[in-house]
Design a protein around this ligand. Structure first.
Ligand code: IPE
Ligand code: IPE
Ligand code: MG
Length: 267
């Protein structure tokens, strides 16, 4: 049997365990480990970033196949500017290149692409490609791909706080009107439901300033696989694991034979 066939069989076996009715609608991913993956192979870190793009394409394809509706990926954080200039420049060029190469197909598949983050420091060329890609795909309905670039969760929250402070001080809104719903409506992710599942690759157990507000009740799955080695099989594993979780949102599991009235504290 060819390697491709063996992989297909492995994926098929796993996808049979997947509950199609319980696939998360929105999955967020911290695509981590590109640099370490390349370094371990004796290659420059940039090879890892290049390979990471192919993995994203594969995961996007699988997400659509499974019926997931939104993917939000962390591509460049507000803290990633502290990396060597050469790596930062490489990443910026890669974003432009990949976007120019892929936009046609994304559009044909009715995928809407949205960039989340402060785009101001990026070069004009990248900003132009981003804005034309966003406007080309803005009415697409099948799938939403959010790419977080120069994104930081704390910065996003501070921005919203400032905006609301300004509105209250000018009298546009009352202090009593400030609530979670209003806050939500000012976020960069406004209108998009919170991710049910966050996947981080490379084994790191932190969220590194990603979607601090939005991840409040997301299920977290840490994969030890480096992003360039992540694939359909690992992605299915993450979703199956998610499906076994008991999401309580601060409540309790409903117990079959006991109601609150029956309990010893009710009398
Ligand atoms: C994630 O991989 C991609 C970006 C942050 C742009 P890294 O570049 O962080 O790779 P590691 O974590 O150093 O291996
Ligand atoms: C998070 O990864 C950012 C992206 C994947 C774009 P980092 O590699 O920057 O995070 P830390 O430094 O391990 O926390
Ligand atoms: Mg990293």
């Amino acid at each position: 049997m060819s390697l491709g066939k063996i992989i297909d069989k492995k994926n098929n076996n796993l996808s049979m365990r997947l509950d199609r009715q319980k696939v998360p609608e929105h999955i967020a991913i911290i695509m981590d480990g590109n640099g370490r993956w390349a370094t371990k192979k004796g290659l420059p870190r940039t090879y890892g970033h290049k390979r990471g793009v192919s993995v994203l394409k594969e995961i996007l394809k699988v997400s659509k196949k499974l019926g997931c509706k939104v993917l939000t990926v962390y591509a460049f954080s507000t803290e990633n500017w502290t990396r060597p200039r050469k790596e930062v420049d490489f990443l910026i060029n890669l974003f432009s290149e990949v976007l120019s190469d892929e936009i046609k197909e994304l559009h044909e598949e009715s995928t809407k692409i949205k960039f989340i983050g402060d785009l101001t420091p990026f070069p004009k060329t990248l900003k132009k490609i981003i804005s034309s890609s966003e406007s080309l795909t803005k009415n697409n309905k099948k799938f939403l791909l959010n790419v977080c670039v120069n994104y930081g969760g704390r910065q996003e929250i501070v921005k919203v706080a400032k905006k609301i402070a300004l509105k209250t001080s000018s009298g546009e809104i009352k202090l009593s009107e400030v609530n979670e719903k209003l806050f939500n409506s000012e976020l960069l992710t406004r209108g998009i439901k919170d991710p049910e599942l966050l996947i981080r690759t490379s084994g790191e157990k932190r969220i590194s300033n990603f979607l601090l507000w939005q991840l409040a009740y997301s299920e977290i799955y840490i994969s030890n696989v480096m992003w360039p080695d992540f694939n359909e099989f690992e992605f299915l594993k993450a979703i199956i694991d998610y499906q076994s979780r008991n999401r309580r949102f601060g409540g309790i599991e409903s117990l079959p034979n006991e109601s609150f009235e029956d309990s010893q504290y009710s009398s």
